[in-house]
Design a protein around this ligand. Structure first.
Ligand SMILES: [Zn+2]
Ligand SMILES: [Zn+2]
Length: 303
């Protein structure tokens, strides 16, 4: 533990940041492998594969790791839950239980000293990606995710979290060859990682603050495109129990539209709405400050 001097003068303890640099090796190796595309070239099939794998897996990150396992904003069957977890884990962002347990911790302590990935506490690169390799974030605290840890098949996936991405990469290689592997799989995986990570880093720095939450979360229309709806991050920190994060019709939320489609065919159900009181609160704030203020650093409408 290390002592941190707070503005109020109160000293609070938190685990010291200790990045396991050796553990970052595969992560940076995949970045280098993405450049293998220079030698393999890009076939049309590999290009389609890259775009498809980015969007399918981004949906799985936001719609599954985040809106299902972390926040339980809809329900599904045990079989489809396993399929969703498997697809989400092809993103190579560790197990669904690991992801959700750490994310629940973020909501509990966002931008406080205990937060595991806070820009204001630890700087951009740590909050963006280095926190993943911190010795303090390696294990899964099953107490934080007891509701899903009771399923042995999910604990299996969580333990062998590299199985889904290795299976996907291997299948792509045999199907589309070297170009498919290097551009379709490795390159899209790197894009997907950094697209996802912007929510922990940039979405707590750039954008509009419709709601005066206790953290620094922002709504950012550009990041909402990159992340298929997660960019409405200030909305989400105000109310994390709803399936949609774009609270109003003009706040596009592709992940939510896909979940709505899945609910129409009966694969998922009980999608949670945004409470009317929260919507009214947001409308009142927009009338005062405007909702789509430019994406600029320090654009703090409130709070
Ligand atoms: Zn969340
Ligand atoms: Zn956040």
């Amino acid at each position: 533990m290390e002592q941190v001097q707070e503005g109020s003068g109160i000293r609070i303890s938190r685990p010291a940041r200790r990045i396991g640099w050796l553990g970052t090796t595969p992560f940076f190796a995949i970045h280098l492998l993405a450049f293998g595309t220079i030698w393999t070239g890009i076939t049309p099939a590999a290009a389609i594969c890259c775009v498809a794998l980015y969007f399918i897996r981004m949906f799985a990150v936001t719609g599954v790791y985040h809106r299902y396992f972390s926040h339980r904003t809809y329900k599904t069957s045990r079989v489809f839950q396993f399929i969703l977890a498997f697809v989400a884990q092809t993103s190579a962002q560790r197990g669904a239980l690991w992801w959700a347990a750490h994310h629940r911790h973020h909501h509990r302590y966002s931008d406080q000293v205990e937060d595991l990935h806070s820009v204001s506490q630890d700087g951009f690169w740590y909050s963006h990606m280095l926190w993943i390799f911190d010795e303090g974030t390696q294990s899964t605290d099953y107490n934080r995710i007891r509701d899903f840890a009771r399923f042995p098949e999910l604990r299996f996936l969580n333990k062998f979290y590299l199985l889904p991405p290795i299976m996907l990469g291997t299948a792509i290689f045999f199907w589309l060859g070297a170009s498919g592997l290097f551009f379709g799989f490795f390159f899209s995986t790197v894009l997907l990682w950094h697209g996802t990570f912007t929510i922990n880093s940039l979405s707590h720095v750039f954008g509009n603050r419709r709601f005066a939450t206790t953290d620094h979360s922002r709504n950012n229309w550009l990041l909402a495109i990159v992340t298929m709806g997660e960019g409405w991050h200030n909305n989400h920190h105000r109310y994390s129990g709803s399936t949609r994060q774009g609270f109003y019709w003009y706040e596009y939320d592709i992940t939510y539209y896909i979940l709505r489609a899945l609910s129409l065919v009966g694969l998922v159900w009980k999608l949670q709405p945004v409470p009317e009181a929260v919507l009214a609160e947001g409308r009142a704030s927009d009338r005062l400050h405007g909702s789509m203020a430019p994406v600029l650093p320090g654009n703090t409408v409130q709070g």
